[in-house]
Design a binder for this molecule. Sequence first.
Ligand code: DGL
Length: 271
Amino acid sequence: MKVAPENPIGVFDSGLGGLTVVKEIINLLSRENIVYFGDTARVPYGIKSEETIREYSKQNARFLLSFNVKMIVIACNTSSAVSIEEVKKLSNVPVIGVIKPGAISAVRATTNKRIAVVGTNATVLSGAYEKEIKSIDSQIEVVSKACPLFVPIVEEGWADHKIALLTAQEYLGKLSSYSIDTLVLGCTHYPLLKNTIQKVVGENVKLIDSGVETAKLVKEILTQNDLLNHSTQNPNYQFYVSDLPHRFKEIGELFLGRKIEFLKKVDIKDW
Ligand code: DGL
């Protein structure tokens, strides 16, 4: 079936974190309809094997394609890092992840060619950001650090708590010895820790939010394909999850920065 500008953009993530990316897409493209899937029953992906993450990502993509989406955005850094090629293979519409836009933006931002990347264990182990950055400029030095405790801290609502600061100091304290001038927030949850991370790495280090850059790429691709939605109707936002955990709406609305009106649980294993 042919896609039209009114068709939704499909976004998926391992859970709620991808709502930070949806927030940026809505900020930039306020007329677009969006279908979001958060794999809340199987989150976190960041500690799972590549094989499992790929399998989950394919199911998520197949679910979104059933809405006749006009493009797929993999909002999850972990899933983007290890499964974007597999998802592209099964999709008849453009697929983008958050790694490439984040890497391009980091390369533009650095002046001393020293970049740090922080993310989940799986993202850091995959080396995806490093490969992408070096493919643009092989002279750039990249130091990567997995910060697995950041995800549960944000989900606990402690982004500005002293526990977050202590954890950030533990993970990132040594970065000063690498003289980096740019740091990629390579995980959906980390933009919520911006203030805390900036305190630890210092005001002179530029923080790259992959979500902001991804939203710009979404606009670029839709424009190129003549698929921007110019309808004057109120946009439709549908949120699907594989589980409805305690405090879901509360935390989700914090990530999204707005109310979640339509929310439904689906059995993702069927896809
Ligand atoms: N969404 C994941 C990411 O951006 C973080 C949560 C998880 O580990 O699933 O890497």
